[in-house]
Write a protein that binds this ligand. Structure first.
Ligand SMILES: [Zn+2]
Ligand SMILES: [Zn+2]
Length: 280
């Protein structure tokens, strides 16, 4: 069965993320290592790390995904931002590895005034500065609007141009895919998505799916997540998307709006109900 989970909070303690995942009966979960809007990254105490690993193993939560913070900009025109970004990237990837995370997911920055070649070389240099090869694999996520990661052809090309021993796969976010113009509510949209993967890449590189509905219409270029079934993708769109057989065992992580755990309860139920209709 494919693992399903949500983004959980490490508020107060790292262990809170596991408590949430367990309460929600998730098989997998995703976390930030710190507030994603700040540069500071705390150092976890060894006994917290040990307890985190022990509990995760006990509850059998796999895979564990760490989401990169949003400040990381490996192509900034400000040298200080580049050096802070390289440092934070390295620290986050190493910390994710210390926690035995399977994947570290990052959205790459685009710059409309910069040529693709320069973006690739600066991004790759940032990844090379990680220096060590870790077991935690970095996944590049598709985005709603970008010349390097919004279209499937561009996403695969970018991956090929910046890949290293650590950068080893991709994450597909349904809200971003839809906003980038792949209309998942129509058979043509689904076919365009799967045909482009076959033509420009490989299904095997897609290691994770962020399952989110969209508050904005197909092709809007705007990234606004909505509850599963309540947005423009809707239940029928997810039925079509989740039917793609080449992706049928790829883990699903929800990053849907969350005022309380009840929101996750409802969204997880919606996903499990849709999957059940596909089985029968
Ligand atoms: Zn996402
Ligand atoms: Zn998003």
């Amino acid at each position: 069965m494919r693992p399903i989970g949500v983004h959980t909070s490490i508020k107060n303690t790292l262990l809170n993320s596991i408590a949430e995942a367990v309460e929600l009966k998730c098989e997998t979960f995703q976390i930030f290592l710190h507030s994603p809007q700040v540069w500071q990254i705390p150092e976890f105490e060894q006994n917290t790390i040990d307890e985190f690993k022990r509990q995760r193993q006990f509850y059998g939560l796999n895979p564990l995904i760490v989401h990169a913070s949003y400040l990381i900009n490996l192509i900034s025109s400000t040298p200080k931002t580049i050096s802070s970004s390289r440092y934070l990237l390295k620290r986050e990837v190493q910390t994710a590895d210390l926690l035995n995370a399977d994947y570290y997911v990052i959205h790459l920055k685009d710059n409309k005034d910069m040529e693709k070649e320069e973006i690739y070389s600066k991004t790759k240099e940032g990844f090379n500065k990680i220096d060590v090869t870790v077991s935690c694999k970095i996944l590049l996520e598709n985005t709603a609007k970008s010349k390097i990661t919004a279209n499937i052809a561009d996403l695969f090309e970018t991956f090929e141009r910046v890949r290293t021993d650590n950068v080893a796969g991709l994450c597909i976010d349904t809200c971003h895919l839809f906003a980038a113009g792949y209309d998942l509510t129509k058979d043509e949209g689904i076919e365009r998505f799967t045909e482009e993967i076959r033509k420009y890449g490989d299904f095997g590189l897609i290691k994770l799916i962020h399952l989110n509905d969209s508050k904005t219409p197909a092709g809007s270029g705007i990234d606004r997540h909505e509850h599963i079934g309540k947005g423009f993708i809707g239940e029928d769109g997810f039925k079509k998307f989740l039917k793609i057989k080449e992706l049928s065992s790829v883990p699903l992580i929800l990053e849907t709006p969350k005022k309380s755990l009840q929101d996750d309860v409802k969204n997880l139920l919606s996903v499990r109900n849709i999957l059940r209709t596909l089985e029968s």
